[in-house]
Design a protein around this ligand. Sequence first.
Ligand SMILES: [Zn+2]
Length: 206
Amino acid sequence: MNTTPTIDILNATVHRLTRDHRTTHVDPDTGIKSYPTELSLFEQLRQEIASGRRPSTGGSSGSRSPIAIPAFGLWAEIRETLATMHIAITGRDEPKLSAESKLQKWAAWTQSDVGGESAQKCLHSATAWASAIEQLLNPVRRTEIVGACPVEACGASHAWTWEDGEYVRNTAITATGAEARCGACGTTWAGAELHSLALNLGKAAA
Ligand SMILES: [Zn+2]
């Protein structure tokens, strides 16, 4: 089994979760792509939770952001999984070590497993968290598209998202009007690329 593609996707996903990174923005009117830099997804999730806790200025009841509660549940789930894996890998409980460091250590540790199974497990968690955080912060309605991702290293037909406090299995490829994205590897298609995506859907699995 060739494990290199898994490790490439894993590194890219861990990068998005734990470091400032470039992201793909597609203008919904023109289909033009731009690549702004954004904060790590973990940091964006923490900021969302913090903003939800802050009482709104002038409001009497200190209304919470409507997404603060699922954000908190997702963050608790992420931290618990990372704490468990950290203890399993290092034999040490380090509650003060950041989630970023724990995930980076976990991903680095999987690269010594030549079978690639531990990398797959780490990738499964990391992609589920990345798509869950993105969906939570930017809840656009996405249409499910049946088929396997044509990216050779990916080929996923399903991916996990976090909805209403639980993981939900969706198709890997989902689309808005202007762009399509693979929830497993994070590849985005826009404009004319949507035609080549349509032509190549499922070929990786064939
Ligand atoms: Zn993919």
